[in-house]
Design a protein around this ligand. Structure first.
Ligand SMILES: Cc1ncc(COP(=O)(O)O)c(C=O)c1O
Length: 454
């Protein structure tokens, strides 16, 4: 864990997913932690805490590595898509679009953010196991590729798409591949709510052939998230190539093969995910081999990384407040955020690394448990963690919080969401302002009859 010896220099700067801290992290002469050339304690004082801090270079490096690796390892056409469920904001969408990425969205909110952030509709795919008619209509109007997840999607689209402007479609199916990750983020096994069952695929392909409004151009499968093994993706390529062969035989002009996301990242020292380059090499070779064995022209290769692009590009700064010592058992340090800005520990028992931003190298450590401020005993961010002695008012950085933190955040206990800043070359920009308690009241309606005069 990152604690005292904690702050170790990053090792694999081309693959931010293999470094706990953002790749620009450094310690200055006064032994304070900087990211993107900005001193974290100064950011905390200026913008308040909790504060999400994004490192622009880490994010751009991860994007560039995906693209250069696809270019190096895949002889056909390719389009990587950012799984925006990991973290959706205008600025992040603008950055990934500028790096040549398309995007995967799962709601009208994510679609709107991507489009306003500058991602073109034709580079967006729209997922979801229960899309509404309005969402489908919005996607169709904006030339977004719609991922058919089930028959409900087909029934709704029949009344939306016209022969004049067919809907561009991708078919998602469950490939029946198991992988070792938390059961809530495993999606490729047969008992999953996502995608058509493999037994249904042939009849759905036949059915779609009858509809002039349906332009099926792609196949999709996603096996899960935070995966360290590469073999499941090799197996996936084979399963998808079989389906590609079938779909083309039935007469669908399938150009795109989308193998989903899932590459894991390093949250704690024990984590050893493959590099982005290795992952891309494995999936590229697997698709090339699977297609050549089946005599298939190479499809355009798509993948949908989320976590491995954004997680390690970001950290969260908290301010330490109350300290409670339970003699002989545990020392609790409470911070000014918790499960509302990072629900992963309470949801998936996820582990994180952390250090004091102004004492990153102090080796005089004690074991502490970092508690959030919400009214849940389970609101614990880090358990039995080694940290230098600290006082109320010290700032703590929790690393790897760029994915599934802000996007899964809530207002539990009516706690406003933190602000997000992006740093680079010593400059800082606000990309999401802090919510205020008054913002939370904006959506409330108080009927007149409930207003009392006293
Ligand atoms: C369909 C789909 N694509 C891509 C992703 C992104 O996965 P990850 O963030 O692990 O790369 C997910 C997340 O679970 C997903 O459900």
């Amino acid at each position: 864990m990152l604690g005292s010896k904690a702050f170790e220099p990053n090792r694999d700067i081309d693959s931010p997913n293999r470094n706990i801290a953002p790749i620009t992290s450094e310690i200055n002469d006064s032994e304070k932690l900087l990211v993107g050339g900005c001193q974290l304690s100064e950011l905390a004082k200026k913008y308040g805490t909790p504060l999400y801090v994004f490192d622009e270079l880490s994010l751009r490096t991860a994007c560039k590595t995906y693209i250069s690796s696809l270019k190096k390892h895949y002889p056909g056409d390719y389009l990587p898509l950012y799984a925006s469920k990991a973290n959706s904001s205008l600025a992040i969408c603008a950055i990934i679009a500028s790096e040549g990425f398309g995007l995967d969205a799962v709601s009208e909110g994510e679609l709107l953010t991507a489009l306003k952030g500058g991602v073109k509709g034709e580079n967006i795919v729209f997922h979801g196991n229960n899309k509404s008619r309005d969402e489908l209509f919005f996607a169709y109007q904006n030339n977004v590729t719609i991922v058919l997840d089930n028959n409900h999607d087909i029934e709704l689209l029949k009344n939306i798409a016209s022969e004049g402007k067919p809907a561009k479609l991708m078919l998602r199916f469950t490939p029946g591949i198991e992988c070792h990750t938390h059961e809530y983020i495993r999606t490729g096994h047969l008992d999953s709510k996502f995608g058509f069952d493999p037994d249904q695929v042939e009849s759905v392909l036949q059915e779609l052939k009858m509809y002039k409004w349906a332009n099926l151009t792609g196949l999709h499968a996603h096996i899960g998230s935070q995966i360290f093994e590469v073999q499941p993706h090799v197996d996936l390529a084979g399963v998808m190539a079989d389906t590609l062969k079938l779909a083309r035989k039935i007469g669908h002009p399938i150009a795109d093969l989308n193998l989903g996301g899932g590459l894991g990242i390093k949250y704690v020292q024990e984590d050893n995910p493959p590099s982005i380059d290795k992952w891309v090499e494995v999936i590229s070779k697997a698709v090339v081999i699977a297609c050549s064995e089946r005599n298939l022209d190479l499809p355009r290769l798509m993948c949908e990384p989320g976590r491995s692009l954004v997680a390690n590009s970001c950290l969260t700064i908290y301010k330490i407040g109350a300290k409670k010592i339970v003699p002989g058992i545990r020392t609790y340090l409470s911070v000014d955020g918790g499960m509302s800005d990072n629900p992963r520990p309470i949801t998936y028992q996820s582990l994180y690394s952390s250090c004091l931003v102004d004492k990153p190298l102090d080796s005089n450590c004690e074991k502490v448990t970092i508690a959030g401020k919400h009214c849940e005993s389970g609101d614990i961010l880090l358990k039995d963690f080694s940290l230098p002695s600290c006082e109320s008012g010290d700032f703590l950085a929790v690393f790897g919080t760029g994915a599934y933190n802000y996007s899964m955040s809530s207002n539990y206990n009516r706690i406003p969401r933190p602000a997000t800043v992006i740093v680079g070359d010593g400059c800082v920009d606000l990309i999401q302002r802090r919510e205020l308690p008054e913002d939370l009241l904006q959506l409330d309606v108080l009927p007149d009859r409930f207003i009392t005069n006293n």
